[in-house]
Design a protein around this ligand. Structure first.
Ligand SMILES: *Cc1c(COP(=O)(O)O)cnc(C)c1O
Length: 344
């Protein structure tokens, strides 16, 4: 039985060509600034995002944690969208590392400038924690891979500047946003002070994220990376995968999006609850209402047929498409899931 793994786009394996690029990469000690491949990747990403500089880090979580560290002080309040990665998926790191609290606004991961203004707490108040940062996630993972509307992004960041607070973009899947919208990475990143992107999701690299922003912020980011234990040595081996992926794996994300679409449309023919309007990239999230089996049962039944998906909540299931699954496999997975969600 073939195994079709749709648990995450992080499960991808490096291709032979990517491994070859990694094996032949020139490297040096990055702590001395001497790894030419890391430097090339950082310059390339900074250029693509239209920022002065970028810093290579081991994970998207570390990128987010460095962003929070740079842009807040302990006791500050950070405004984020519903179901944000920094709130749900980082093991409480924001509280432990930066001592911040979150105010969650909007719904389905999205929010507006009006939501930010309503949640904003000014500095100097004797009771309120000062809001010093707003963070946007694009595409939004737990929101089902939705694209954050760029008009709202512009308005939120303009409001942030007016309020005198910083803005951060968790762009772990910003390449997917770029492919869905046809907008450049630079355009998507422009409104923000600091931006992160991941190589280990849809781009298919084994390891790595980058954080980008002003040159002086990146000097501080390099120190924070060291403090968090993420400073690396001959990391050009990993950066080479990133450079390879930037050349070969961005445009093909459109295939992942088409595969997510066909999976979602098949599921929409069943009794699950799925909002096809939210299926805008490579993530499909659906609800299995009573009397259908719960998420754990659906996951188990699908796995028995070789299809792996995630139980995201008691009655919520997530499937993610990526470069190691093709349209035929996704069509097969859709049939397996359609059977797994039936009540008998
Ligand atoms: C995956 C992801 C991250 C980073 O995750 P790591 O597993 O630490 O690389 C950050 N933000 C979002 C929205 C993600 O989906």
């Amino acid at each position: 039985m073939q195994r079709i793994d749709l648990r995450s786009d992080t499960v991808t394996l490096p291709s032979e060509a990517m491994r070859a690029a990694m094996a032949s990469a020139p490297v040096g000690d990055d702590q001395y600034g001497e790894d030419p491949t890391v430097r090339a990747l950082q310059e390339r990403i900074a250029g693509l995002l239209g920022k002065e500089a970028a810093t290579f880090v081991p994970s998207g979580t570390m990128a987010n944690q460095i962003g929070l560290k740079l842009l807040t002080r302990p006791g500050d309040d950070v405004v984020v969208g519903d179901e944000a990665h920094v709130v749900w998926h980082e093991s409480g790191a924001a509280a432990a590392n930066s001592g911040v609290q979150f105010t969650v606004v909007g719904s389905g991961g999205l929010f507006t400038a009006a939501d930010l203004r309503a949640a904003y707490k000014p500095p100097g108040h004797i009771i309120f924690p000062p809001t010093t940062l707003v963070a946007v996630e694009n595409t939004h993972n737990r929101g089902g891979g939705v694209v954050f509307p760029q008009e709202d992004v512009g308005a939120i960041c303009a409001a942030a500047r007016e309020l005198g607070i910083a803005s951060y973009l968790d762009g772990a899947r910003l390449f997917n946003t770029a492919v869905t919208t046809g907008r450049s990475l630079a355009e998507l990143a422009a409104p923000f002070d600091v931006v992160s992107v991941a190589l280990s999701k849809g781009l298919g690299c084994p390891v790595g994220s980058l954080i980008a922003g002003r040159a002086d912020d990146m000097v501080r980011a390099v120190r924070a990376r060291r403090m968090f234990g993420g400073a690396m040595r001959q990391s050009g081996i990993l950066a080479a995968a990133g450079l390879y992926a930037l050349e070969h794996n961005i445009a093909r994300l459109a295939e992942d999006h088409a595969n997510a679409r066909l999976l979602a449309e098949r599921l929409a023919d069943t009794r699950v609850q799925i909002d096809l309007a939210t299926v805008q990239s490579n993530i499909v999230i659906f609800r299995v209402p009573e009397p259908l089996p719960d998420a754990a049962t659906v996951v188990r039944r699908a796995q028995e047929k070789g299809v792996m998906v995630s139980a995201f909540a008691a009655r919520t299931v997530r499937a993610v498409t990526h470069l190691n699954v093709d349209a035929t496999q996704c069509r097969h997975a859709a049939e397996v899931l359609a059977r797994a969600v039936s009540s008998d």
